[in-house]
Design a protein around this ligand. Structure first.
Ligand SMILES: *Cc1c(COP(=O)(O)O)cnc(C)c1O
Length: 329
């Protein structure tokens, strides 16, 4: 698996080896809390397949696919996930078959699910306990048919996914240098932890002092934080840097409620507010939940007079799934 080492965004544009995109916008909010200044990095506007962190990760995976002349892709995750939608979309755009191993579960016809099917991905459904063996089986079958399959972990986990958010971190640094606005805190929705790992690696490589706060949308501690630290050190090892210890990982599990996909009235209220007053859509599973968690965390920790950046990690199709509840809220 090829893996592009850390570098400044401007260098990879100059090298011209891959399709690169302009930095996603950073937008100041009207939100007023404890005299803090709030900004949102609009990764939901990343220009591929409805944007988001899965799109930012996926373009790097597909660059590895192109460089390695792979001719098919295998991944896993829920058919309703942002990850599977983006991978199925990019596979369609590269003209290669996409195989998605998906655990038995909800059959709700979400917007992402409809798109995954529309893109023509082959869905292989199985009990969650069989996922690993079914992935192996699908890969072996493809090889025996003469294909050269490329495997992407669920959620775009792994060093390539981490690299995507080292690059996002560099975009944030460039913004700071250009505008003179420095962020003391970066908040975002944390799931598998790859996004957070990338941000922490970016910060570590530059020796910066920021606080990166992942608001967990499902996982509890200590597992959530441990997985992030493993991802960080896996990336740093590959680059030949020293490993770091867990005091740099701030993974907040106070706002997971009853786990993945659960939400409360305050989250719906938050989603409505940031849409009405700032014009920014969010959803109850990821960004709306994390934004609510950020507000509560800032109140609880009595954070005042700071520049605070929230990374909008996407998931726009989930907004439409939740439309009815949001409009009634
Ligand atoms: C997957 C996802 C996340 C979590 O990202 P990880 O890298 O898995 O932590 C956050 N927000 C959205 C919208 C996502 O789809």
């Amino acid at each position: 698996m090829s893996f592009r080492p850390f570098q400044e965004q401007s260098e990879c544009v100059e090298r011209g080896t891959m399709k690169t995109f302009a930095a996603t916008p950073i937008q100041k909010l009207k939100l007023d809390l404890n005299n803090n200044h709030f900004y949102v990095k609009r990764d939901d506007l990343f220009p591929i397949s409805f944007g988001g962190n899965k799109a930012r990760k996926a373009i790097l995976f597909f660059e590895a696919i192109r460089q390695g002349s792979f001719d098919s892709v295998v991944t896993y995750g829920s058919e309703s996930s942002n990850h599977c939608r983006v991978i199925a979309n990019l596979a369609a755009s590269y003209g290669i078959p996409c195989h998605i191993v998906t655990p038995d579960g909800s059959t709700k016809r979400t917007v992402n699910r409809k798109m995954v099917e529309w893109f023509g991905a082959r869905i292989v459904q199985c009990p969650v306990s069989d996922v690993a063996s079914i992935i192996d089986k699908v890969i072996e079958e493809l090889k025996s048919e003469g294909f050269k399959p490329y495997f992407i972990e669920g959620g775009g986990h792994g060093n390539i996914g981490t690299q995507a958010y080292v690059e996002a971190y560099n975009e944030i640094r460039n913004y700071e240098r250009e505008t003179g606005t420095y962020f003391k805190y970066i908040f975002h929705a944390s799931g598998t932890g790859t996004t957070q790992a990338g941000l922490i690696c970016g910060k570590t490589l530059h020796g910066d002092k920021k606080e990166i706060v992942g608001i967990s949308i499902a996982r509890k501690q200590p597992r959530g934080g441990t997985v992030i630290l493993e991802s960080v050190n896996c990336y740093l090892r590959e680059l030949g840097y020293e490993e770091i210890s867990d005091d740099v990982v701030t993974f907040v599990d106070d706002f997971v409620l009853n786990g993945y996909g659960t939400y409360n009235d305050q989250i719906i209220h938050t989603i409505k507010n940031i849409l009405f007053f700032e014009g920014i859509p969010s959803d109850p599973t990821y960004t709306g939940k994390a934004f609510w968690g950020m507000i509560e965390y800032i109140k609880k920790m009595e954070i005042v007079n700071q520049n605070i950046l929230f990374i909008h990690t996407g998931g726009t199709p989930l907004f439409f799934d939740a439309m009815e509840e949001i409009t009634n809220g």
